[in-house]
Design a protein around this ligand. Structure first.
Ligand code: PA5
Ligand code: NI
Length: 186
């Protein structure tokens, strides 16, 4: 059946959607090979295996011409100084995407294969991801960082692209606590 117009309630305290679609939970064990210090990541995964982020979707399906949304919540933390982050992906057909920061403090690391871009995300900031830019979200604060994503339903998630090309830079906690970008492979 076609999707009917709908109002989706966003709970600002619980960071939930109602009605909700699927929720995805990514723990340290799901992030193999993504942090600079893989040994530290593996040790954390073998230990408490903390939740690094969750993604709660609305019921709008990931289908062509639809505009699904989701709330990503990244926990605060670092692995050998590298801020906790999402896996990061490219959209196979290079479709754009919009993020709206809701709570906490974070950033969007973007990479088009040549250039890296870093957008600071504070509550109220709309971050625009243009076509062809792989994107990874980073929690640079001490509280959970949550944002709304709105994306073309057919956009897809190419995670292998990031494994193959990297993200150009990595975000570490600097001496004053703020984000320090360093070359990806350094
Ligand atoms: O559509 C998006 O870009 C986001 O909803 C992400 O999928 C979400 O933040 C999780 O990141 P990733 O898919 O890279 O694990
Ligand atoms: Ni995306």
């Amino acid at each position: 059946p076609p999707i009917m117009p709908m109002a989706i309630r966003f709970d600002h305290e619980q960071l939930t959607l109602a009605p909700a679609g699927p929720t995805l939970t990514r723990r340290m064990s799901d992030l193999e090979g993504l942090f600079r210090d893989e040994a530290a990541r593996a040790a954390a995964a073998a230990g408490e295996n903390p939740v690094v982020y969750t993604v709660t979707s609305s019921p709008v399906p990931e289908a062509n011409r639809e505009l699904p949304q989701s709330i990503t919540t990244i926990m605060p933390g670092t692995t050998s100084g590298e801020f906790w982050m999402t896996k990061g992906h490219q959209h196979p057909d290079h479709q754009g995407e919009i993020y709206l920061a809701i709570t906490g403090r974070g950033g969007i690391l973007m990479f088009d294969g040549e250039q890296t871009s870093w957008l600071e995300m504070l509550p109220g900031t709309i971050g625009y991801i243009p076509p062809g830019w792989a994107h990874r979200s980073v929690n640079t604060g001490t509280e959970p960082y949550a944002f709304l994503a709105v994306y073309p339903g057919g956009a897809g998630h190419d995670y292998d692209w990031v494994v193959e090309h990297g993200m150009g830079k990595r975000a570490f906690r600097g001496p004053d606590g703020s984000a320090l970008l360093r070359p990806f492979a350094e």
